[in-house]
Write a protein that binds this ligand. Structure first.
Ligand code: ADP
Ligand code: MG
Length: 696
């Protein structure tokens, strides 16, 4: 009788009962659906079983054999080696488990017992014949093999659940299918499934749990079968629908609306120090479309370090001010805020705009400034988190610009936005996430990309060298200084730490001052006071200092075109995105620039891969992809707060093609409210108890 549904409780499945039911529930498996959404970890080919005498060394195979004898070989390290002698009646071989003591004590293996083993055959150095080290195994029941053992088939292997073995789970799943209703409602509409050739729900569930010999076991094991694809699509679709809905709501909110006219365009032209690149023009046009629309702008401006985002921000600020509004520009560090302040005064003051820099503790120290801000007499306020202080109030805030968004949380963005009434918002980031991912990471934002560098840049030559070749770095420093150029030397720490043997910035500064003279070397670090930092930055800007030794405070936004050498000490301590950002401080003028990544002579494998990858390309987007591969998307800078769900099957990097399809589909459905809401509800129900995508 096919009486079970996906939402039937788990203990009604034959063979579960109250005891196993409790065990399963304890692990979040409450319903038949929860059970069936726990997909197999891998698939084993038991259609062509190998035998002990045909086993080829070096190849992974699945074989059927009986236990002949069992013994524990004691070793000096804990655990011992469990040695099980296997036989098919004629040939003998070994299976050995390191740390096999507990398997031995549990008496997992008894002479005469039938086993299916999967592993790689190797020549046994100690005993004769062939050995499998730490093979996966399954004990077959006595007598004739039964269906769940799947001899002659592709067999799914499950992760154990509170002591319920893969084999037991297989028979539970089998029983569940045996009484599962024939008509399962598929949350994916037929038209959508046919558009992307996605198999139906029931078909997919069955194929994933009980593949036939017609299925491609390789695709199954690589999570690439059409059935996997279907569920991955489902997970992405729910996520993308939620995001599309959020954007849809934002678009229907009424916000500050700007107009543009020839006069404003003329004023913008007046201030531009150079011709915008085609990419800058394109993204500015996208921004203007947003500004003129009735809904507030919520746009992410993505562009590699040095691509010229600031200029686009200034153009946008002109539109806001010419429309009678105030603008706020928030940067993550004092130095960057100061840098923007200097550029803004240079570029915007000729238009008669009043620009102010808000510092930490602005409430106490700069009361007059705040009064002017409140009174609307300041057109542009630039600052760090100081802008978020309650004391910083605007009279007509119409535009919020946030630089280096990855340094701020979503809450901080919203907090600044609340100082106006649905102001237009432009957030800028140089974190080079592949565009498709950016659309998901920053889900409620529209995305514009500057994918072109201003003209006249010469590529930066990057080298990775070990401490042993420090002389080479010093030679480069000398060379650049002699040409009248300037250099950065960056350290990961500010003072010698007792525990970690790092050359600190202070010590490095001392050495460089000895070599080049203290008047030509400056030291910048986080513990200096605001004014001290500014004085040093100003001196470096003016070219009075040749070498700027610093901790990562220069990481973002500093802009000195005459600087042509970036020397990064202990490069292995930095992330790839950070190294790339740091490198972006040079190569801003027409002179050839260098970046030296210095590490100890011996460093670990992944660290070396990271450093080498940065040395190998200056393409931030390519680096981001490598970074993602090495670290996984959850770790990507600034994405931890992104609120992305944990996926059951989907992988934001590997399955990006499916993500793009799902996103397109979400855009298509979002305007059709009744069908959209039903789809979200259906997908959500499927996601409900399991960990399928849910966005808060
Ligand atoms: P980022 O995108 O990293 O914030 P910036 O806005 O700081 O980049 O610009 C990097 C440098 O390029 C600055 O010195 C800026 O003046 C210069 N720049 C920006 N746009 C152009 C352009 N269209 N032509 C020439 N130089 C430009
Ligand atoms: Mg910038």
């Amino acid at each position: 009788m096919n009486t079970l549904h996906l939402d039937s409780e788990i203990q009604y499945v034959k063979g579960v009962g109250p005891k196993r039911g409790a065990l399963l529930r304890a692990r979040g498996i409450h319903t038949v659906q929860d059970l069936l959404l726990r997909f197999p970890r891998r698939y084993e080919d038991r259609s062509r079983l190998a035998s002990l005498d045909t086993l080829v060394t070096g190849q992974t195979a699945t074989l059927l054999a009986k236990v002949y004898s069992v013994r524990l070989i004691s070793t000096r390290s804990r655990g011992g080696i469990l040695d099980v002698v296997l036989t098919d009646g004629v040939t003998y071989g070994h299976a050995k488990w390191f740390n096999g003591g507990s398997l031995y004590r549990q008496k997992k293996f008894v002479p005469g017992m039938a086993l299916v083993l999967t592993g790689k055959g190797e020549v046994d150095k100690y005993d004769q014949g062939i050995v499998l080290f730490n093979p996966e195994f399954e004990v077959l029941p006595e007598g004739e093999p039964t269906a769940p053992d799947g001899l002659g088939r592709y067999v799914p292997i499950y992760e154990e659940v509170s002591g319920i073995s893969s084999r037991q789970l297989r028979s539970i799943v089998l029983a569940a299918f045996g009484s599962l209703s024939d008509t399962l409602e598929d949350p994916l509409p037929v038209e959508m499934r046919s558009r992307y050739s996605l198999p139906g729900l029931r078909t997919s569930l069955e194929a994933l749990h009980q593949p036939t010999l017609d299925d491609d076991i390789d695709l199954l094991n690589r999570r690439r079968s059409p059935y996997h694809r279907r569920f991955i699509f489902e997970e992405f679709l729910l996520l993308e629908l939620t995001l599309a809905l959020r954007r849809h709501h934002l678009r229907s909110t009424v916000g500050v609306r700007f107009r543009t006219n020839p006069h404003i365009r003329e004023r913008i032209k007046e201030i531009l120090p150079f011709h915008p690149t085609a990419a800058q023009k394109r993204v500015f046009a996208e921004i203007v479309d947003d500004l003129r629309a009735s809904h507030p702008m919520n746009r992410l401006l993505q562009g590699d370090v040095g691509s010229g985002k600031t200029l686009v921000a200034f153009e946008t600020i002109v539109v806001a001010v010419e429309n009678g509004y105030q603008a706020a520009m928030m940067a993550p560090t004092e130095i960057l805020a100061e840098q923007h302040y200097i550029s803004a005064r240079r570029i915007l003051e000729p238009l008669g705009y009043k620009v102010a820099l808000l510092r930490k503790g602005v409430g106490k120290d700069q009361p007059d400034l705040l009064a002017e801000l409140r009174g609307g007499r300041i057109h542009l306020a630039i600052g760090t988190h100081a802008l978020l202080e309650d004391a910083a109030a605007f009279s007509r805030l119409g535009l919020v610009v946030i630089d280096e968004q990855h340094r701020f949380g979503v809450m901080q963005r919203l907090r600044l936005m609340e100082k106006g009434q649905s102001p237009n918002t432009l957030v800028m980031t140089a974190t080079p996430i592949p565009r498709t991912l950016a659309m998901t990471f920053y889900g409620d934002l529209d995305v514009s990309v500057i994918d072109e560098m201003p003209p006249g840049r010469t590529p930066i030559r990057t080298v990775h060298i070990g401490e042993g070749r420090r002389g080479y770095a010093e030679k480069l420093l000398k060379q650049e200084l002699e040409k009248g150029r300037q250099c950065y030397v960056v350290y990961p720490l500010i003072e010698e730490s007792e525990k970690i043997d790092l050359r600190s910035a202070t010590e490095g500064y001392g050495q460089l001052a000895d070599i080049f003279g203290s008047e030509r070397v400056g030291l910048l670090h986080g513990r200096l006071k605001g004014e001290e930092k500014e004085a040093i930055m100003r001196a470096f800007n003016a070219g009075d200092i040749g070498i700027l030794v610093s901790t990562t405070v220069v990481e973002v936004g500093v802009d000195v075109p005459n600087a042509t050498l970036m020397l990064i000490e202990h490069a292995e301590r930095f992330g790839m995105a950070q190294l790339h950002q740091l490198r972006g401080r040079v190569g801003r003028g027409t002179e050839a620039s260098h970046c030296v990544l210095m590490t100890p002579d011996r460093i670990g494998g992944v660290a070396r891969e990271r450093v080498r990858a940065v040395a190998a390309t200056t393409d931030g987007f390519r680096l981001a992809e490598t970074d993602l591969r090495l670290r996984g998307p959850g770790e990507l800078a600034g994405t931890r707060q992104s609120g992305l769900p944990e996926f059951l099957l989907a992988d934001l990097v590997e399955d990006v093609d499916i993500l793009v399809e799902a996103r397109g589909e979400a855009e298509r459905w979002v305007r059709d409210a009744p069908r959209r809401d039903k789809l979200i509800a259906d997908l959500g129900r499927r996601a409900g108890a399991s960990s399928l995508a849910t966005v808060g």
